[in-house]
Design a protein around this ligand. Structure first.
Ligand SMILES: Nc1ncnc2c1ncn2[C@@H]1O[C@H](COP(=O)(O)OP(=O)(O)O)[C@@H](O)[C@H]1O
Ligand SMILES: [Mg+2]
Length: 475
């Protein structure tokens, strides 16, 4: 099924213009045709009443054989019809033809029509089978007879038709010209509106949610006396407000980032000191009550956890601030081998399977950050799955300038409702267990930030029995 064309404002205005003009033309056409017809009919009636039935009266004598008593056609126009009625019946009828009269053999229908004309001297239009449309008047004669005089209507019709034809041609041309000129005119008048729409679309397409945004300049169409100017002014105001809000948001994000970076940086030293003191207290040679020893161990463990947390926060704050990364060739194969060795040592209960290409794969980037990202994925595969789980690390060259690294396990999987937000900060499935596993909920956020900073992508596919994190990196 074909869809109807869209109802653009331009199309509607042009169509409206042409329709209005067509209606006006129709009105003018009908009025002028009616007026001309009325005028011509009036003239015909004047002619008929001027002739006063003379021709019809003369027909009475013409019936006699005397040649001098022919019908009086003098002064009668060509095709004038004359008829004489006696007692409601047509007795004589003739038509002026080539300067002579002609007797008519009227049909019964024509006789009836003539007999029905009222003898009041007013013009009437009738249609005779032989001669077509006629304008006739009937008057009372001297001998109780009725005299009918008629003139043909076809010259009137012809003139009116001619006027109609001329008007049709003229109005048709006017409509075509108006259609074309109107379309151009409407297009030119709506151009500022298109500018406004284009600007609005441009702003709507900007990624306003984050980062620094370069807003387009104000619109030039701001004359408040025009409708488009009012829209333009309103849009300019709105753009101003949006820009203002964006600047404030940007500033507050900046402050927050600085705060997070400063806070985590400042926390590092006291946390390291606590840890140092706890360690030296634990090394105390004398006998220490059991509870004190236990408390010192807890302090040591928690300060280690806090060190990791602070380090992770600082790293995220630095990545957020868009700190430039190292830009060096990194042997990804070697990185993975090292990371798997560490994971194997930390989780001997898991099966670690490597699937690496023959040739070493290198990418350009920050080796230390990439190592951290891979380490986080392997740590997750170890800490969030039971012993005995098989973890497969696959490295593939997927294109001339792309590599793909996936870490896959056959553990319990990530709950479905968590999957969409698992790369967010402090997101984890089991808060209660986080204490024992040393979980912070920052690991995957760091993976995401590091890989995005390398112009790569991170994807997750997880169901019970198969969880796969896939990273792609440009080489
Ligand atoms: N391989 C995995 N198997 C099951 N769950 C996982 C796996 N990897 C991540 N998760 C879930 O995603 C959450 C977020 O992971 P992450 O950001 O690394 O934080 P953390 O490991 O510190 O809890 C984890 O708490 C865990 O619930
Ligand atoms: Mg983790």
């Amino acid at each position: 099924m074909r869809r109807p064309p869209p109802r653009t404002l331009r199309g509607q205005l042009t169509a409206g213009l042409v329709t209005l003009l067509a209606l006006a033309c129709l009105g003018v056409g009908i009025t002028t045709a009616l007026a001309l017809r009325g005028f011509l009919m009036g003239r015909l009636d004047d002619q008929l009443s001027a002739s006063g039935g003379r021709f019809a009266a003369s027909l009475e004598h013409e019936a006699k054989p005397d040649a001098d008593n022919r019908a009086d056609t003098r002064g009668q126009a060509e095709s004038t019809l004359g008829a004489r009625l006696l007692n409601g019946k047509v007795t004589q009828a003739a038509v002026v033809d080539d300067a002579t009269d002609r007797h008519l053999h009227l049909t019964a229908g024509d006789r009836r029509i003539l007999a029905a004309v009222p003898a009041d001297g007013h013009g009437r239009s009738i249609r005779l089978s032989m001669f077509g449309a006629y304008r006739v008047t009937a008057v009372h004669g001297d001998d109780q007879d009725i005299l009918i005089t008629g003139l043909p209507l076809h010259p009137v019709e012809e003139t009116v038709h001619r006027l109609e034809a001329v008007e049709a041609a003229l109005f048709g041309a006017a409509l075509v010209v108006t259609g074309i000129a109107g379309a151009v005119w409407v297009r030119v008048s709506l151009r500022p509106l298109q500018r406004v729409a284009a600007r609005a679309a441009e702003v709507a397409g900007l990624p306003l949610a984050s980062g620094e945004i370069a807003m387009p300049g104000p619109l030039p169409d701001t004359d408040p006396r025009t409708e488009i100017g009012q829209v333009g002014t309103a849009l300019n105001h709105m753009l101003g407000h949006v820009e203002d809000a964006l600047t404030r948001r940007q500033a507050s994000e900046e402050r927050l980032r600085h705060f997070a970076a400063d806070a985590s940086h400042e926390l590092r030293t006291p946390v390291a000191n606590i840890r140092g003191h706890a360690e030296s207290a634990l090394r105390h040679p004398g006998t220490v009550p059991g509870e004190v020893h236990h408390a010192l161990e807890r302090i040591d463990a928690e300060s280690q956890r806090m060190t990791r947390l602070v380090d992770d926060l600082l790293l995220l704050a630095r990545l957020d601030a868009g700190r430039p990364l190292e830009h060096e060739p990194v042997d990804l194969t070697l990185l993975i081998l090292d990371a798997t060795d560490d994971a194997r040592a930390a989780g001997p209960g898991h099966h670690w399977v490597l699937d690496l290409p023959e040739e070493p794969v290198t990418v350009t980037g920050d080796a230390h950050r990439l190592q951290q990202a891979i380490g986080n994925l392997l740590a997750n595969a170890r800490t969030h799955t039971p012993p005995g789980t098989e973890v497969t690390i696959t490295l593939l060259t997927t294109g001339p300038a792309d590599v793909s690294l996936s870490v896959s396990d056959n553990g319990p999987g990530i709950p479905e409702e968590l999957q969409s937000e698992v790369f967010g900060r402090f997101v984890r499935a089991d808060h209660a267990r986080s204490r024992s596993t040393g979980s912070t909920g920052l690991g995957l956020a760091i993976v995401h930030a590091v890989i995005t900073a390398h112009d790569g992508t991170v994807a997750l596919a997880s169901r019970p029995g198969r969880t796969t994190f896939r990273l792609t990196l440009p080489t």
